[in-house]
Design a protein around this ligand. Sequence first.
Ligand code: ZN
Length: 242
Amino acid sequence: MGIGIDIGGSFTDVVEFKNGEFRHLNTFKTEDVLKDPSLVEFEGAVYGVAAWIRGGRIVKAPNLRGNLNFLAGKKIENDANCFAAYSKWITKKKNIFAVTLGTGVGSGVVVEGKLYRGRGLAAELGHVYVGGDVTCTCGGKGHLECHFSGWRIKQIFGREATKEEIKAMKGFDVLCLEIAKAVMILDPEVVTIGGRLGRIFNEEDFTKIYEYLPKEFDVDVKIIGDDLAVAKGAALISEGLV
Ligand SMILES: [Zn+2]
């Protein structure tokens, strides 16, 4: 049995994986979890968190507020890596580039059925430099998130934007270009897209990616709209399935 916990900016989801099936155990407000971490105390659980993780420790968490000290000594995993793990479960593919679009932009890589972490920080797509001088939540400048991300959309529009408005942003084009570059490096079978913002799109919205790819890179794009994708992926990782 595996337990996966997604510690999101607003909500924390707990999912169990048992006998090949997922079960949603609970959802808490993250502020309540931060006050009382015993709510999410589960033996052997993997905690998915929007953070840069190296050597089992959080080295940076650009888009997450609150004190995460309770995670010390626990098994933690980058939330986009958890999404990549769940993407493997859903698509049954072995080589995947997974992208989460939410407050920030996260990404994860599956190579030959295994998560690829590099030294821990592999595939931080949201923080690659693409130009301009807008300051990023990580402290850098001109990163992809400064052109396209939930926080940047809020900054530009000052309100929730519609899908059509978002697709018309120059930043959406930048996102597609950067995904295409990752595809060129990894040659995956599929690019999966999820997250609160990713879910509003459908596959056709991302045809722009192909404009930047030689036709031999015939990657599929798949939207995975599951709210619990990160928690489910964390549960798969806790079971050693990815
Ligand atoms: Zn950044």
